[in-house]
Design a protein around this ligand. Structure first.
Ligand code: ADP
Ligand code: MG
Length: 242
């Protein structure tokens, strides 16, 4: 079943000289429930802008995004974003950072604490619950950011180059954890990356964007042998719009 339906979406930004910068042009895309989909493409092709629109943080100039039968116009608990920089609050401990995500949900304190703790366990950071962000490595901070996102139980996780700033070894470990989290939680994940190998390894489908203006130029699906062996995927072109 389709979870997100992006229809005839365009986005322009007004420039200082009053001209319009066409950032996204005629984007049409359906994203299925529980799908892991990656967006790749050159810098400036509008990947982050599209994620921001999906998050409801900025409006489209025209066209629409439907989440099931609902028009996306504002941020909501059903969608949550993870950025390249973990953006943790430095004055809060790890568990307080995760709890912060739950504040908006208005749930019982004890229940919230247990939820946060469970989520930290899922990213293997339970033992660091009382540490402060500056005491953690980059990879650990990003795992806290993922826990903070997942604790509110969104339908969709929007990830904007989440591992871009990490070293190769940390990235490989986080791939492993993310795949496990994705399989355990059955979330829909929209993942932006510059790293084609990362996209092939993690995704069900890859959407390739071109720039000036940003548009979809190619689409690939990833065939993963059963039982799901993500170390040996095959890339299959399903559409070439060039
Ligand atoms: P990507 O994430 O693919 O690198 P972005 O979505 O960040 O690309 O940016 C796409 C284009 O839109 C760039 O040319 C960028 O300068 C421009 N842009 C992004 N946000 C704004 C904004 N708030 N105002 C004006 N231009 C913007
Ligand atoms: Mg970007």
């Amino acid at each position: 079943m389709n979870l997100l339906n992006i229809k005839d979406l365009n986005k322009n930004f007004k420039q200082e000289n009053e001209n319009q910068l066409e950032v996204l042009k005629n984007i049409n895309l359906k994203i299925k429930e529980k799908e892991f989909i990656s967006f790749i493409g050159p810098s400036g092709c509008g990947k982050s802008t599209l994620l921001n629109i999906l998050a409801g943080l900025i409006p489209a100039s025209s066209g629409q995004v439907m989440l099931k039968n609902k028009l996306i116009q504002n941020p909501g608990n059903d969608r949550v974003m993870v950025f390249q920089e973990a953006a943790l609050f430095p004055w809060l401990t790890v568990i307080e950072n995760v709890l912060f995500g739950l504040k908006i949900k208005n749930i019982d304190k004890k229940k919230a604490y247990q939820k946060a703790l469970d989520q930290l366990e899922a990213v293997q950071l339970k033992n660091f619950k009382d540490s402060y962000p500056h005491q953690l490595s980059g990879g650990m901070k990003q795992r806290v950011a993922i826990a903070r996102a997942l604790v509110i139980d969104p339908e969709i996780l929007l990830m904007d180059e989440p591992f871009g700033a990490l070293d190769e070894q940390t990235r490989l470990m986080l791939h492993h954890q993310l795949i496990k989290l994705w399989q355990d939680t059955e979330k829909t994940i929209v993942f932006v990356t510059h790293n084609i190998r990362e996209a092939v390894k993690l995704s069900d489908r890859i959407i390739v964007f071109g720039s000036n203006p940003g548009r979809i130029v190619e689409e690939f699906k990833i065939d993963i042998p059963q039982p799901r062996d993500r170390e040996n995927p095959t890339l299959v072109r399903i559409e070439n719009k060039i």
